[in-house]
Design a protein around this ligand. Structure first.
Ligand code: MSP
Length: 481
C-alpha cells in the first residue's frame, strides 16, 4: 500500500445529443489511468458528469418537442448506460443542474472572484456561437459562419459581468513554462504558451437570465438574480464543487487541497478553457491549480472528423453490441495515441479485433488453458509481481497506447514460446518436463493478465478465474467475418 492519491476528471459532456466514439475515448482512457492507479494501491477519485446549463441543450430539447429538464434526464440516463457498458469505474457523476451538489460551490467560487476585485460589469457587443458556447470574433469565421459548427453566430449586445483574466496572464504562463502546471503533450504546451504570449483578454462571465429558460437551469449570479453565470465559468467549477467545495469540504481537502496528483483529461478543442480560464479562476480565488492537463487528439473516421453531415459518425453502442465492451476498450487503448488524432473505420476496427483479440489474446488464453486443463492436476500457484518498468513508465507518462503495445508484445512472445517449446509433444515423451513448461506458460499468462486488468477489466477477470479453476475459458473473442 502507498499513501499516494490520484484525482482524475473527464470533461463534463454536453447533453444535447447522444455521445459518440470521441466522447467514449476521453472516458475510456481516463478509466484506464484511474484503474491503474487504483491497482497499485493509491486512493483514487474519478469524476465525470454533464454540462447542462446550456443554450444548445434547450434548443435540442425544443426541437424534440420536450421540456428541457425532462429531455436532460433522458439524455443523462443514456450517458450513464453507455458508461456502464464501457465499464467506466467513476466515483461520481456530477450534473451542473444539481442545486445541492454543484451550485453552492460554483457560487462560492464566484464570490471569491468578486472579493479579489476580479469581476466587473461592462456593456458588451459580440458574436456568440452556441456550438462553442463562447463568443467568437470575425476572424474566426469563414463566410460569416463558424467553421466548426456551420452556423451563423448570434450578434449579442448586453450588459455582462466580466472576469479580469488578463491580470493572471503572466502567472499562468510562468506556471506552465516551469511545469508546475504540466501540460501533456509538449505540442499542446507550446500551443497554449503561444496563446498566452499574445496576451489574455478579460472574459464575459455572465449572461442575462433568459426568460425562455425553465426554472432550475442556469446558476444565478450571487447578488444579481437577473444574471446567470457564463456556462464555462459554471462548468469548470465542477472539478471542485463535485468534491464538496463550498458545502462539505472533506473530499475537497483530500483530493484537491492536500493532493499532489490533480489531473484533468480533455480534448484539444477545449485546451484554452482549461489552460487559461480555469487556472485564472483558481488563482483569483487563491486555490491550488491542477497539476496535469492531458490533452488528447480527435478521433477521425476515414480521415475526416466524425460528423453527422458527413455520415461517418461511429456510434459506440453499435460497436459495443456487435463486439463487446473490451473490444471497444482494446481498440481505443492500443490503436489511438492519446497525443495525436487517430482514425477508425468499421473495417479497421474489425481487422484490429480479429488480429489482436480473436487470434491474439483469445487464442493464446485458450491454447494455454487447454494444455493446463489437460495436463496439470491443480491450478498453478499465483504470485503477485510488480508491474514491469516499461509498462508502468508508459502509464505514468500517460502513454496508454505504448503500455498496451507492450502487453501485446508479451502476448506475441508467449505465443512464439508455445511453438518453440512444443509442450503438447514434450508432455508425451517426458510428462514431468511437459508439465513444467505448461506451468511456466500459464504463469506468464497470469502475469500478462495482471497488466490487462486496467485495460480490459472484464476479460482480465475471466482469464484469471480460468487460471484459478485450471479450466479453459469460454471463447473470449469469437472471430468476426
Ligand atoms: N461541456 C464541454 C466541456 C466542459 S469541461 C468543464 C464540452 N463538452 S463536449 O461534450 O462537447 O466534449 C467533451 C469532450 O469530448 C471534449 O474533451 C472533446 O474534446 C471530446 N471530443 C468530442 N469529439 C471528439 C472526437 N471526435 N474525438 C475525441 N474526442 C472528442 O466540450
Amino acid at each position: 500500500m502507498t499513501n499516494k492519491k490520484f484525482y482524475l476528471t473527464t470533461p463534463i459532456f454536453y447533453p444535447n445529443a447522444k455521445l459518440h466514439l470521441g466522447h467514449a475515448y476521453t472516458t475510456t482512457i481516463s478509466d484506464i489511468l484511474v484503474r491503474y492507479h487504483r491497482l497499485v494501491g493509491e486512493r483514487t477519485y474519478f469524476l465525470t458528469g454533464s454540462d447542462e446549463n446550456t443554450q444548445k441543450m434547450v434548443d435540442a430539447a425544443r426541437k424534440e418537442g420536450q421540456e428541457p429538464l425532462v429531455f436532460l434526464d433522458g439524455i443523462v440516463a443514456k450517458f450513464s448506460s453507455l458508461f456502464k457498458e464501457l465499464d467506466i469505474s467513476y466515483d461520481q457523476f456530477i450534473r451542473t443542474t444539481d442545486r445541492k451538489l454543484h451550485w453552492p460551490g460554483a457560487q462560492k467560487l464566484w464570490t471569491k472572484l468578486v472579493e479579489s476585485g476580479d469581476i466587473y460589469k461592462k456593456e458588451y457587443e459580440g458574436l456568440y456561437c452556441t456550438g462553442h458556447e463562447a463568443f467568437v470574433t470575425e476572424k474566426d469565421l469563414v463566410d460569416g459562419k463558424c467553421p466548426d459548427h456551420g452556423t451563423v453566430p448570434e450578434r449579442i449586445k448586453e450588459e455582462n459581468y466580466f472576469f479580469r483574466l488578463s491580470k493572471y496572464n503572466d502567472t499562468i504562463k510562468n506556471k506552465i513554462e516551469s511545469g508546475e502546471l504540466h501540460i501533456v503533450p509538449q505540442a499542446r504546451k507550446k500551443e497554449i504558451l503561444s496563446f498566452l504570449g499574445d496576451g489574455l483578454q478579460d472574459v464575459s462571465f455572465s449572461r442575462p437570465h433568459r426568460a425562455d429558460w425553465p426554472e432550475g437551469l442556469g446558476i444565478p449570479v450571487p447578488g444579481d438574480e437577473s444574471q446567470v453565470m457564463y456556462v464555462w465559468c459554471d462548468a469548470l467549477s465542477n472539478y471542485i464543487t463535485a468534491l464538496g467545495y463550498g458545502r462539505d469540504d472533506a473530499l475537497y481537502q483530500e483530493f484537491w487541497q492536500d493532493n499532489e496528483a490533480r489531473m484533468h483529461v480533455l480534448g484539444k478543442d477545449i485546451l484554452r478553457f482549461h489552460g487559461a480560464i480555469w487556472p485564472g479562476m483558481l488563482l483569483s480565488a487563491g486555490l491550488p491549480l491542477p497539476k496535469t492537463l492531458l490533452v488528447h487528439g480527435f478521433i477521425t473516421s476515414g480521415g475526416k472528423k466524425m460528423s453527422k453531415t458527413l455520415g461517418n459518425v461511429i456510434d459506440p453502442e453499435e460497436l459495443l453490441a456487435e463486439y463487446g465492451t473490451d473490444a471497444v476498450r482494446y481498440f481505443l487503448a492500443r490503436h489511438m495515441s492519446p497525443f495525436e488524432d487517430g482514425d477508425i473505420t468499421r473495417e479497421s476496427f474489425k481487422d484490429a479485433y480479429n488480429a489482436g483479440l480473436a487470434n491474439g489474446l483469445g487464442n493464446l488464453a485458450s491454447r494455454i488453458m487447454q494444455l493446463a486443463q489437460t495436463h496439470l492436476s491443480a491450478p498453478v500457484k499465483l504470485e503477485y509481481k510488480p508491474f514491469p518498468k516499461e509498462f508502468s513508465d508508459a502509464l505514468d507518462n500517460f502513454e496508454i497506447h505504448k503500455a498496451t503495445e507492450y502487453v501485446w508484445d508479451r502476448i506475441s512472445a508467449l505465443d512464439r514460446k508455445i511453438t518453440e517449446t512444443a509442450p503438447f509433444k514434450v508432455v508425451k515423451e517426458d510428462a514431468e518436463k511437459g508439465r513444467a513448461i505448461i506451468t511456466e506458460l500459464t504463469t506468464e499468462l497470469a502475469f500478462i493478465d495482471q497488466m490487462l486488468e486496467p485495460i480490459l477489466p472484464a476479460t482480465s477477470k475471466k482469464i484469471i478465474e480460468a487460471i484459478m479453476a485450471n479450466k479453459k475459458p469460454e471463447n473470449l473473442f469469437p472471430r468476426k467475418e
